[in-house]
Design a protein around this ligand. Structure first.
Ligand code: 0L1
Ligand code: MG
Length: 253
């Protein structure tokens, strides 16, 4: 069965721009992983064609639990554009998302060769463009790994070890998830190496100053209107965002 890569990318692009969920692509089209990455590439071209700038790469499904759940043995990778960049401590409009979730991550700042020059705590907002946040592996790859937004905390020199740092995800001042950077493929540096290998194999070359989101250290939490969300990573510090809108009952000021 032939697949109309352009049409499927346009469908996902429209879903993101209108914040309206669509059916999984695999409900109607047989997609394999290479075709799914072609759709992702086309989707990213649509965004850059409108003036967005590529600013980095991300890994998804980096925890063993998520890979097992999806029945895969390697993580997936996606693209970050400047339109997804949210200032640390900034406020984001929930109207731009469908059913967003947020997860605490570790980010690397890259030089042109892909080597990390700095590290920072980070938050990633993920927002599947599929109804019910339900998808198969090719679906989520085509959907640019659910990438929707990211916050980077203060950059600092990369310490010798980043492989077992405690991580907290707080919503309105309450800890909702705890974990360790060990959940990110055993070591966020391993996620970086794997992600760059996969991206280079697809012809993507990192540019100096690109950000690399290594993956989530805990499960994601729902991103609700009015919420204040903070990721805290031991030794690295914190990154936070606020969602515009009325605070939910019992929320922090
Ligand atoms: O960044 C991520 O790990 C998300 C990957 C895609 C799966 C999901 O949307 O939960
Ligand atoms: Mg993520």
């Amino acid at each position: 069965m032939s697949v109309d890569v352009d049409a499927l990318a346009e469908r996902l692009d429209r879903a993101q721009r209108s914040a309206a969920a669509v059916r999984q692509l695999t409900a109607t089209d047989q997609l394999d992983v290479p075709t799914a990455y072609r759709i992702q590439q086309r989707l990213v071209h649509l965004r850059t064609g409108r003036g967005e700038r590529l600013v980095g790469l991300k890994m998804g499904l980096t925890s063993q639990a998520k890979m097992t759940q999806m029945g895969v043995d390697q993580p997936i990778w996606g693209h970050l554009t400047d339109a997804m960049d949210i200032d640390d401590g900034g406020t984001v409009d929930p109207g731009r998302f469908i059913h967003p979730r947020v997860e605490p991550e570790v980010a690397f700042l890259l030089d042109g060769g892909g080597a990390p020059t700095a590290v920072a705590p980070a938050l990633e907002a993920i927002d599947s463009r599929y109804a019910g946040f339900q998808f198969t592996l090719p679906d989520v790859i085509a959907d640019n790994t659910s990438a929707a937004g990211f916050v980077i905390g203060a950059w600092r020199p990369v310490p010798v070890g980043v492989d077992n740092l405690g991580v907290l995800l707080e919503v309105d001042g309450r800890v909702v998830q705890t974990g360790s950077t060990a959940a990110i493929l055993g070591d966020p540096r391993r996620a970086l190496a794997r992600g760059l290998d996969q991206a280079r194999a697809a012809g993507v070359r990192p540019e100096p100053g690109w950000v690399f989101l290594a993956g989530a250290a805990t499960a994601a939490a729902a991103l609700e209107p009015g919420a204040h969300v903070r990721a805290v990573v031991e030794e690295l510090g914190s990154a936070s965002l606020r969602v515009a809108g009325p605070a939910t009952e019992g929320g922090a000021p």
